[in-house]
Design a binder for this molecule. Structure first.
Ligand SMILES: [Zn+2]
Length: 150
């Protein structure tokens, strides 16, 4: 693939992120604005965060696989304080959401919701994936999905 970058360059693109052998493909996917989650080739189970073996069947045949990015809000918290970070405004306060992806019950990704008032960020609300530039690299975020465009 022509857009593959070295491990060293990948670490530089995501300063402060815990990039490892197991999750490097996930971060390379982010650079292409593609959300990759590990899926087991043996039993089909998805798992996140990335691990070298399937936690369900212990197979080492796991493949970073693109997900739809559609899901529902499983949990939401609103931060009034926190470390300074680009794109983060604690005065609103800043929403942190865990989204359960439609691919599998229990498959969850933690990020934020953009373009919505905090009052509308509720448990069970349907969301879709969006991308935002944060510190020079794409970050997966979520937007509320209305019933009309769900
Ligand atoms: Zn498995």
């Amino acid at each position: 693939m022509t857009d593959e970058i070295s491990n060293e360059a990948l670490v530089q693109r995501f300063p402060g992120e815990p990039i490892t052998h197991d999750n490097a493909a996930h971060y390379r996917g982010r650079l292409r604005r593609q959300l990759l989650v590990n899926r087991c080739d043996s039993c089909g189970a998805w798992h996140a965060p990335a691990k070298p073996i399937c936690p369900d069947c212990w197979s080492s045949r796991v493949t970073p696989t693109s997900v739809s990015g559609n899901g529902t809000i499983f949990m939401a918290i609103f931060l009034h304080q926190g470390p300074p970070a680009e794109g983060v405004d604690y005065s609103t306060p800043y929403p942190v959401v865990t989204v359960e992806l439609q691919e599998q019950a229990g498959l969850r990704i933690t990020s934020t919701v953009v373009g919505a008032s905090n009052a509308d960020i509720t448990i069970g609300a349907p969301v879709r994936l969006e991308w935002q530039e944060r510190a020079g690299s794409p970050m997966p975020v979520f937007a509320l999905r209305s019933a009309a465009n769900a």
